[in-house]
Write a protein that binds this ligand. Structure first.
Ligand SMILES: [Zn+2]
Length: 499
C-alpha cells in the first residue's frame, strides 16, 4: 500500500476582542510564531505539542506529511483581515499543490476573532473541504478554550479537544485525532461530528482541571462514561470557551465524533451540554482584591516554598497586555522581600538595562505603555541590573515540554527586594526555566508573582506554599458587563437573566 499523504497546518489564536494589541502578521513573526515548511519539524519534533504528535504519527504510520504553515502567537486583540487571509492563502495554495492527499490535519485554537469573519476556524475548514472534496477525512484539534461554531462539525470529520488546563495534553490530543484520521483514511471508521451549545458565554470553570474537582473535571468523567457505554462514540471534545472573544459562538461547546451515527453523537452532546448549563456558575478560583493579596504576601510564611501570586487579569496567555504595573507597584509599596516578578513587557526598558550592563544601577519608567487605563501605567523604578539574556527559554516542565518560549532581549532588574524580569515580548509564565535563565532558583524565593492564569500551575503549584490570584485591573476581568460586546448571540448568560 502506498504511503498516505497527509496535509497538516497550524493556525492558532486566542483573540481578546478588547485587547489594544492587534494580532497582525508582525506580531506572529516577532514572537517566532510564524513557521514555514522545514522550520516546523525543526521546532516541534519530539515536543509535547500537536506537531510533536503529527511527526510521531507520521513515523508510526508511514505518512508523508505536507506542512506549509504553523501560525501561533500569544493571545492578543483580533486578527486583521489581511493576516487571516494570508494564512488561508498559504494553507489553501499549498493544499491545492499537494493534491491528491488522503487526509488533512488542522491544528487550530478555536478562539480566533478576525476583523471580517464571524467564524474564523469554521471558514478555514469550509475552504479546505472545498479543495479536498467530500471524501477526504479532515481532522481538527482545538484548545479547550475554543469558541467554536457549528461549521467545524459540518466540514470536519474528526474534532478532538484538549482535556487538561494547564494544557499538558497537546500531544495526546493530536495523537487521538491522528489515530482516528488514520482509521478514516483506511476506511475502518466513517466519522461524523455533532455539535452542541447553550446560551451561555461562561461555564465549566474556564476549563480548569488541575485541582481535580469542579465542573470541567466532572463533565470529562461523564464524557468518558458516555464513550464507555457506546463504542460508536469515538471522541468527545469539551470546550469551556474564552469569554472575551466578541464572536457569535463565544462560550462552551461540545463536539462528539461518532462512527457513522450522527443522532447518537448529537444525543450525547446534548446530555453533556445540559450538565454544563446546570453547573455554569461553579468556579474553583477567586480573584483577590490587591489589598487582600498584599496582606497575605506580608504575613510570615506559613510553610515551605514560595507564595505564588497569579496576576490573572494581565496574563499574556489570556490576552492581557503583559506590561501592567499595578501588581508590581503594590509589591514595591509593601516592600516585599525575597520576591520575583515575571515579567513586564517593555522592550525599551529591556534595552536600557542591557545597555547599562550587569551591575549598573538604572532609573527608568517601566511598563504600563500598551494600555495604561487597564492594569496600571508606567512606574518610575530604580534598580540594579542583575542579569541579561537573549530571552530564549526551552521549557522543561510539563507544559509544552521541550518547546521554546521567548522573552526576546531581556534583563533581571533588582528593585528593592523584588527581582523583576524586564522582557521585550509579552510572555506568560508557564515554566520554571523562565526564572532560571537569569540565575534565579524559583524554589528558593519567598514570593513569585507571575503574569499567569492557569498553565504555570503545572510546573509551579507543587513547589509553592500557597497559590493566590489577584485582580490587578487588567483586561481579563470576570466582570463581563464592562466589555462592549456587539457580535455575541443574545440573550446569553450571565449578561442576560436566563434561568
Ligand atoms: Zn487554552
Amino acid at each position: 500500500m502506498a504511503a498516505f499523504r497527509v496535509f497538516a497546518a497550524g493556525m492558532k489564536h486566542e483573540s481578546h476582542s478588547f485587547c489594544a494589541l492587534p494580532a497582525d502578521l508582525d506580531r506572529f513573526k516577532a514572537g517566532g510564531g510564524y513557521k514555514r515548511w522545514g522550520e516546523i519539524p525543526a521546532a516541534f519534533r519530539g515536543t509535547n505539542t500537536e506537531w510533536g504528535a503529527i511527526f510521531d504519527l507520521a513515523g508510526k504510520h508511514g505518512w508523508i506529511v505536507i506542512h506549509p504553515l504553523d501560525a501561533n502567537t500569544a493571545p492578543a486583540g483580533p486578527v486583521p483581515e489581511e493576516t487571516y487571509e494570508h494564512f488561508a492563502h498559504v494553507i489553501l495554495s499549498a493544499l491545492r499543490s499537494a493534491m491528491p492527499v488522503q487526509g488533512v490535519f488542522l491544528t487550530l485554537h478555536g478562539a480566533m476573532v478576525t476583523t471580517h469573519l464571524p467564524d474564523a476556524e469554521g471558514e478555514l475548514v469550509r475552504r479546505v473541504r472545498g479543495v479536498v472534496g467530500p471524501s477526504v477525512p479532515v481532522a481538527v484539534t482545538l484548545d479547550l478554550h475554543a469558541n467554536a461554531g457549528p461549521a467545524l462539525a459540518e466540514f470536519a470529520d474528526i474534532v478532538s479537544c484538549y482535556r487538561t488546563t494547564p494544557h499538558v495534553d497537546m500531544h495526546e490530543t493530536a495523537s487521538r485525532a491522528g489515530e482516528l484520521l488514520q482509521a478514516a483514511m483506511l476506511g475502518t471508521v466513517k466519522p461524523v461530528v455533532a455539535y452542541a451549545q447553550r446560551p451561555m458565554m461562561n461555564a465549566l470553570d474556564q476549563g480548569r482541571t488541575i485541582s481535580g474537582h469542579g465542573p470541567m473535571v466532572d463533565i470529562l468523567k461523564r464524557a468518558d462514561a458516555e464513550r464507555a457505554s457506546d463504542n460508536a462514540l469515538l471522541d468527545i471534545g469539551i470546550n469551556a470557551g474564552f469569554d472575551w472573544s466578541d464572536k457569535i459562538n463565544v462560550g462552551p461547546s461540545i463536539f462528539v465524533t461518532a462512527n457513522g451515527d450522527r443522532a447518537k453523537a448529537q444525543a450525547a452532546a446534548e446530555r453533556l451540554m445540559d450538565f454544563a448549563w446546570e453547573t455554569r456558575d461553579i468556579k474553583t478560583i477567586r480573584l483577590l482584591p490587591m489589598d487582600e493579596a498584599m496582606a497575605i504576601a506580608r504575613a510570615p510564611a506559613e510553610g515551605p516554598g514560595p507564595l505564588l501570586i497569579g496576576d490573572y487579569t494581565d496574563c499574556p496567555g489570556g490576552a492581557g497586555v503583559g506590561d501592567g504595573t499595578n501588581l508590581l507597584a503594590a509589591m514595591i509599596a509593601n516592600d516585599l522581600q525575597g520576591a520575583a516578578l515575571g515579567s513586564i513587557a517593555d522592550g525599551a526598558a529591556a534595552q536600557a538595562c542591557i545597555a547599562a550592563g550587569v551591575g549598573a544601577t538604572v532609573t527608568l519608567d517601566l511598563g504600563g505603555k500598551f494600555d495604561p487605563a487597564n492594569g496600571g501605567g508606567p512606574i518610575r523604578v530604580t534598580g540594579v541590573v542583575k542579569a541579561v539574556s537573549d530571552g530564549r527559554v526551552v521549557r522543561k516542565g510539563p507544559f509544552a515540554t521541550g518547546s521554546v518560549t521567548n522573552y526576546g532581549p531581556s534583563a533581571l532588574l533588582q528593585v528593592g527586594g523584588i527581582a523583576v524580569v524586564v522582557a521585550t515580548h509579552r510572555v506568560q509564565i508557564d515554566d520554571r526555566e523562565q526564572f532560571r535563565i537569569f540565575g534565579l532558583q524559583p524554589e528558593t524565593m519567598n514570593i513569585l508573582a507571575c503574569k499567569a492564569m492557569n498553565h504555570f500551575r503545572a510546573d509551579y503549584e507543587k513547589m509553592g506554599r500557597r497559590l493566590i490570584y489577584v485582580e490587578s485591573g487588567g483586561i481579563t476581568s470576570f466582570d463581563w458587563s464592562k466589555y462592549p460586546y456587539r457580535n455575541i448571540r443574545r440573550p446569553i448568560w450571565p449578561l442576560d437573566d436566563l434561568k
